[in-house]
Design a protein around this ligand. Structure first.
Ligand SMILES: Nc1ncnc2c1ncn2[C@@H]1O[C@H](COP(=O)(O)OP(=O)(O)O)[C@@H](O)[C@H]1O
Ligand SMILES: [Mg+2]
Length: 476
């Protein structure tokens, strides 16, 4: 275990914090009454003492210890027993007495810390400081030296803060002073239900998973499920051959890359720069020695592919010469001589004839190749199929076609634009896919999110940065 972070006692929160609170940090947990601050504070100390052998002190200005002992029993936490074992102390006093004892060398505070070897501390709640000290200046001074004392003793501290409907200026000041801020809320949700959310808005020295994470109060205390994390499907995550996409961050999310037999759909619009993403995936396949079937489109032309591949050090003409790429062409366009034999032109075919060519010529070719030990990859331009063959055709045959390809252990990258495809058809395409990659432009930034994967994990929205060297984009 990483000794530089302190587990919070809430597993989901540790995941949001990529391990826990950096050791020695002072963190505010703020929220309206009833959001679960006291519970979170106690859970932090209880689990710290029981699971990590890190003694803690709970300082309360408001409640009597008896109430706390009783409340925590509901979660099966025997606080008194921990006190007897010198792993926990619950003390009730006033802010003035606390400050007095804290500032005094050899005061009660220092005694307590040494007595139990204290590592963690919770203060419930620092909002009380504002009633004990009249002027804002004095409050700030007190809070400042309070924080410094916590640091001096290298305590990892959680300071609970009561939110009121009017956020007072001097109370917010403390958010600047501390190392971390965690906000709990209770929000209305449907008619008789409220949802509890937790958000980490600041944490010095730690990455954080952004967003509002939902939590419940269960018999075992606070249970948080980080946003965008879903149950892993064990069956599909069984080891399979994956091929890297050439984009490291994408491969990490996908557990190595796109596995053979998977259908991945990339949803994009004309504004977003998808060429590099798509070419990176194709080039990964070529470099892995696979054969490609590529659907050309009005935008994806031979010459465009040629220049894109070149950026990834691949010579398209050479690959075609070696018989490793076949194109499906829906347009009547002039192509350089050396590519002629690699192109199956379907521009004159009606849907029925096209289906026959797909079955008898193209699918058979892949099937035979696979039977001979070849590996194949299909780049399927669904925009072209939809515009040339109609969305009815997509609804009728898309699922069938990708399932047939997948049954051969061949993966497909489906290129599409969900918005243009319409809600019904795109929902259907999404369900027929093992993975969905979405990229869009928002303001001056492009984002990419993997919203569906075979292993059930999905990514947060990542920023797409254009870089000068291969693979030309970086996901941040
Ligand atoms: N055993 C329990 N099971 C479920 N919910 C509980 C249990 N005990 C307390 N709660 C709920 O937990 C919350 C307690 O929060 P608390 O930590 O006292 O909040 P705060 O300190 O923010 O005011 C309350 O909303 C209460 O309804
Ligand atoms: Mg409370």
């Amino acid at each position: 275990m990483n000794n530089n972070v302190v587990n919070t006692g809430v597993n989901g929160l540790d995941r949001v914090l990529y391990g826990g609170i950096p050791r020695g940090n002072t963190v505010i947990v703020e929220g309206f009454p009833g959001t679960g601050k006291t519970l979170l504070g106690m859970q932090f100390l209880y689990q710290g003492a029981v699971q990590h052998d890190e003694p803690g002190i709970y300082i309360t200005f408001e409640e009597f210890p008896d109430q706390i002992y009783k409340d925590m029993k509901a979660f099966g936490w025997d606080i008194r027993k921990l006190e007897e074992e010198n792993k926990l102390r619950v003390i009730t006093l006033s802010p003035e007495v606390l400050m007095d004892q804290m500032m005094k060398p050899d005061g009660l505070f220092e005694h307590l810390i040494h007595e139990i070897g204290c590592k963690r501390i919770v203060v419930d709640s620092i909002s009380l400081f504002q009633y004990s000290y009249a002027s804002i200046e004095e409050q700030r001074k007190v809070i400042y030296s309070f924080r410094n004392t916590l640091r001096k003793y290298q305590l990892t501290s959680i300071l609970l803060k009561e939110m009121t409907s009017v956020e007072e200026e001097n109370v917010s000041f403390i958010n600047y002073l501390v190392d971390g801020v965690i906000t709990l809320t209770l929000k209305p949700y449907s008619k008789n239900y409220r949802k509890r959310t937790l958000e980490v808005t600041k944490m010095r020295g730690s990455r954080i998973q952004e967003g509002e994470h939902l939590y419940r109060i269960t018999d075992e205390g606070i249970y948080l499920i980080p946003a965008l994390s879903m149950v892993e499907d064990e069956v599909i995550t069984a080891p399979v051959d994956t091929v890297p996409t050439a984009i490291p961050a994408m491969d990490r999310i996908l557990g190595g890359g796109i596995h053979d037999g998977a259908t991945f759909t990339i949803d994009t619009n004309s504004k977003s720069n998808y060429r590099y993403i798509v070419t990176a995936i194709k080039s990964g396949r070529i470099k892995a020695g696979q054969k490609l079937l590529i659907f050309l489109s009005s935008l994806t032309t031979i010459s465009e592919l040629e220049s894109n591949f070149k950026k990834y050090d691949l010579d398209l003409a050479q690959i075609v010469k070696e018989g490793n790429i076949t194109f499906v062409e829906h347009y009547r366009r002039n192509v350089p001589k050396e590519y002629k034999d690699a192109i199956i032109n379907v521009s004159d075919l009606d849907n029925e004839q096209y289906r026959r060519v797909m079955n008898e010529q193209i699918f058979s070719m892949i099937e035979q190749g696979v039977a001979n030990g070849e590996k194949w990859f299909v780049y399927y331009d669904l925009n072209t199929i939809a515009s040339q063959r109609g969305s009815e055709f997509v609804k009728l045959y898309f699922g069938v076609e990708v399932a047939k390809i997948s049954s051969l252990g061949v993966s497909t990258l489906v290129f599409t634009n969900f918005k243009e495809l319409g809600e019904e058809t795109s929902g259907f395409v999404e369900r027929s896919s093992n993975g969905v990659i979405r990229t869009w432009v928002d303001g001056n930034y492009q984002f990419l999110q993997i919203t569906k994967t075979p292993n059930g994990t999905i990514s947060e929205p990542l920023l797409v940065e254009k870089i000068d060297e291969k693979p030309f984009i970086r996901l941040v």
